[in-house]
Design a protein around this ligand. Structure first.
Ligand code: ZN
Length: 86
């Protein structure tokens, strides 16, 4: 299952990553150009539960994808706009 993030939510995620990782580098090509993917991903096996939801960070050079735990980002501050999706 996937839910589309709005621009504000993508920005919150990008801000969180910038705060935690000063220079996020692609694990494949070492590029530092990336963007937050537009989908919040949840495992299909447990409908109704958003445990394990993930956000994507996509390398703008090679397209490599890194995944981050959405719950951790949502809990960083009470982020209503993100937790509403989960
Ligand atoms: Zn890359």
């Amino acid at each position: 299952m996937a839910v589309k993030l709005n621009a504000e939510q993508e920005q919150v995620i990008a801000d969180w990553i910038h705060k935690k990782i000063e220079h996020l580098t692609c694990q494949h090509c070492q590029s530092t150009h990336w963007r937050v993917g537009e989908l919040l991903l949840s495992p299909d096996r447990d409908p109704g539960s958003h445990c394990g939801s993930m956000v994507q960070v996509i390398c703008q050079n090679c397209g490599g994808v890194s995944l981050f735990d959405a719950n951790r980002i949502a809990n960083w501050r009470s982020l209503d706009s993100l937790t509403d999706l989960m």
